[in-house]
Ligand binder design. Structure first.
Ligand code: ASP
Length: 346
């Protein structure tokens, strides 16, 4: 499956004409995991990466490998784990020409989006990669992914954050994990318009400072036939800053369910920032396209356009993490900060 945002890299032997010094930062994930009686578990990996790169002999590459402690299964990642990656890059930013982040696939799309927001005003290349099968397996995809990520970084020098995985490049705010088994684990989802994808500079200035992903909770509420007002109210809570509503299609939900829209309207009135995204993989939310979705807009829900769930969730964390008031978050969540949102120009 090839979406318009999925770019094949053409691996040639052409590298940049100067040496690049790259910081390889491992956070954990299957890439470096070792077998245990209870299944794969995170393990130290720096020596194995060095052995691998020694035998790959990539021209003009110098690098250092850092393992964040502890190495984790990315299923255990929290917003504070995103902050740990941001801090690790930040601490090395002036010293290196680019960064390769080794990360578990389960939450790589979230981490890549989080890091994209954090570095949206800076332009050194950052590339995430990992593996479906650990380095210890004979058929591991880890070596190709790591070498491919380094080559992508050195040849293409993306000015933002990319995921390189299974020969495919997906931008950091567009990725979703697509397969539990395929080498091409990620695809780029959504993006409804080909409109020029420039971030809103003024909004970026307003939003940006050194990132701080705080330990707050932003629930993702997936709509499904049979969902009740009780469930939605319980998930929204009354002291959480906001939520991502995973709606049907253009931004629909079972609005006829007794109490559901009231629960949502009350949460908006309390100042909770509610963003509608679509459960589909193509297209975008368009509140107002149907009577049901108009009622969501009336209840204060923000149109999340073609943002993925991953990009919307991390964006709310990014904005709330810097202590912005909810009125400012409402404004900024609806504009493009880092390629996560395209809007029709009409
Ligand atoms: N559970 C692993 C992780 O996300 C899966 C992987 O890396 O492929 O860390």
């Amino acid at each position: 499956m090839q979406s318009p945002n999925t770019m094949e890299t053409h691996t040639t032997d052409r590298f940049g004409d100067r040496e690049m010094d790259i910081a390889i930062i491992s956070t954990g994930g299957t890439f470096g995991m070792q077998a245990s009686a209870r299944g794969l578990r995170p393990a130290q990996v720096a020596d194995r990466i060095e052995a691998l790169l020694h035998s790959s002999a990539i021209p003009r590459l110098t690098y250092t490998v850092t393992e964040l402690a502890p190495q984790i299964d990315s299923a255990n990642a929290t917003p504070m784990a995103w902050q740990q990656i941001v801090d690790a890059i930040d601490a090395r930013y002036d010293q290196f020409d680019g960064f390769v982040i080794i990360h578990g696939t389960d939450t790589m799309a979230y981490a890549a989006a989080a890091v994209t927001y954090a570095f949206s005003r800076r332009d050194k290349p950052i590339v995430f990669t990992g593996a479906q099968r650990p380095l210890s397996a004979a058929n591991s995809d880890g070596p190709d992914n790591l070498v491919g990520a380094l080559k992508h970084l050195m040849q293409n020098r993306p000015r933002a954050v990319d995921i390189y995985f299974g020969g495919v490049v997906v931008s950091g705010t567009r990725a979703i994990k697509f397969s539990t088994v395929a080498d091409r684990a990620f695809i780029a989802a959504l993006r409804s318009h080909d409109a020029e994808d420039l971030p809103d500079r003024a909004a970026v200035e307003q939003a940006a400072s050194s990132a701080f992903y705080a330990d707050i909770e932003v629930p993702v509420i997936r709509m499904y036939p049979g969902i009740t007002a009780r469930t939605v109210s319980a998930m929204l809570g009354d002291d959480l800053p906001g939520a991502v509503l995973q709606c049907y299609g253009f931004g629909n939900m079972p609005a006829g369910t007794p109490g559901l829209l009231d629960a949502i309207a009350r949460a908006s009135e309390r100042g909770q920032v509610l963003v509608a995204v679509t459960q589909c993989f193509e297209g975008a939310v368009t509140l107002g396209a149907s009577e049901v979705s108009t009622s969501l807009a009336d209840a204060g829900v923000i149109d999340g356009g073609d943002m993925t769930t991953e990009a919307a969730l991390t964006k709310l964390h990014y904005l709330f993490g810097r202590g912005l008031p909810s009125s400012t978050v409402r404004e900024l969540v609806a504009v493009n900060l880092a390629g996560e949102l395209t809007r029709s120009r009409q």
